[in-house]
Design a protein around this ligand. Structure first.
Ligand SMILES: C[S@@+](CC[C@H](N)C(=O)[O-])C[C@H]1O[C@@H](n2cnc3c(N)ncnc32)[C@H](O)[C@@H]1O
Length: 250
C-alpha cells in the first residue's frame, strides 16, 4: 500500500479549496450525503471509501474513512480493490465520485461483498451519462468518457493506479446497461441491486462542481432541488448528471 499513498496530493488540495469557497456546492453535496445516509442501514460500522478530500465530515456519519491517498481526514490508507477489513465486518460502504476512478471495479465489488455483513449495503453516487451530461462530460471535462469500455475488464494500470485516472462511463455502463449489470450479478451473486436512480438536473451543473466558477447562489439550491425531485422521473434518463446506486448483500 505504501507505494500507492501520495501524502498531500495537490489534486485533493485543489478540491478542498474549491469546497471551502463554494457554499452552493456544499449545499448540493449536503443533499447527496443525506440521500446516501438514508440508503445505509441504521447504525453499525459504515466505511466511506475515497474520503480523502474530507467533504463528508459532519455530513455522513461514517465510523471509518479510507482513501488510497493520505490526508488529515483519513482513518485508513487503503485500496478499495483490496479492502483491509475482515470478512463480514462492515454494515455499510459509501462512495461518492470514486467508482469511476477504480481500475478494477469488479474486484472492488467482490471485496465489498466479502467485507459486508449479510444485509449490509453499498451506496455509491457517481457521474451518470445521459445525452445531455455526455455533451458536457465529453467535450468540456478533462476526464475520459468511454461508453465502449467493458466496465468489468481490469484497466492496464489496475494494480498501481493513479487514483485520478478515470472512465466516467463506468457507473452508467455497469448499472444502466443490462448486459453489464447481469455480468456483475453473475460475478458477485451475493450483491443485489436495490436502487438505481438518476439524480441532479440543474443545481449541480450550475454550481460548476469543483471548477473555479459558479452560476448558482446558495439560496437557490433548496428550491431547485425540490423542483428536480418532481422532474427527475420524466427527465432523468435524458438530462441527469448523476447516478445513485444501492446494493445489498443477500
Ligand atoms: C474524485 S475524488 C472524490 C473525493 C470525495 N469523495 C468527494 O466526493 O469529493 C476520488 C477519491 O477516490 C480516491 N481513490 C481513487 N482510487 C482509489 C482506490 N483504489 N482506493 C481508495 N480510494 C481511491 C482518490 O484518492 C480520491 O480521494
Amino acid at each position: 500500500m505504501a507505494g500507492l499513498a501520495h501524502g498531500g496530493d495537490p489534486r485533493l488540495a485543489a478540491r478542498r479549496a474549491a469546497w471551502e469557497r463554494k457554499p452552493a456546492l456544499r449545499a448540493v453535496y449536503a443533499d447527496y450525503y443525506r440521500r446516501m445516509t438514508d440508503a445505509l442501514p441504521d447504525g453499525g460500522v459504515w466505511l466511506e471509501i475515497g474520503a480523502g478530500s474530507g467533504h463528508s465530515t459532519g455530513l455522513l456519519d461514517a465510523r471509518l474513512r479510507m482513501d488510497i491517498l493520505e490526508s488529515p481526514w483519513i482513518d485508513v490508507v487503503g485500496d478499495a480493490q483490496r479492502l483491509p477489513f475482515a470478512d463480514e465486518s462492515l454494515d455499510g460502504i459509501a462512495l461518492l465520485d470514486v467508482l469511476h476512478h477504480l481500475g478494477d471495479p469488479g474486484r472492488f465489488f467482490e471485496e465489498a461483498a466479502r467485507a459486508l455483513k449479510p444485509g449490509g449495503r453499498i451506496v455509491l453516487l457517481d457521474p451518470g451519462i445521459t445525452p445531455l451530461s455526455w455533451l458536457f462530460y465529453h467535450f468540456l471535462h478533462e476526464e475520459t468518457v468511454d461508453m465502449a469500455a467493458d466496465p468489468l475488464a481490469p484497466a492496464a494500470n489496475a494494480d498501481d493506479n493513479d487514483p485520478f485516472e478515470s472512465n466516467q462511463a463506468i457507473p452508467t455502463l455497469l448499472f444502466k446497461r443490462e448486459e453489464h449489470r447481469i455480468a456483475l450479478s453473475d460475478r458477485v451473486p451475493a450483491l443485489k441491486t436495490v436502487e438505481r436512480r438518476w439524480l441532479s438536473l440543474f443545481a449541480y451543473p450550475l454550481t460548476g462542481g469543483f471548477k473555479r466558477w459558479t452560476l448558482l447562489p446558495e439560496a437557490w439550491v433548496a428550491p431547485l432541488l425540490r423542483l428536480e425531485d418532481r422532474l427527475l422521473p420524466f427527465l432523468g434518463m435524458w438530462a441527469a448528471w448523476r447516478l445513485l446506486v444501492v446494493l445489498e448483500k443477500r
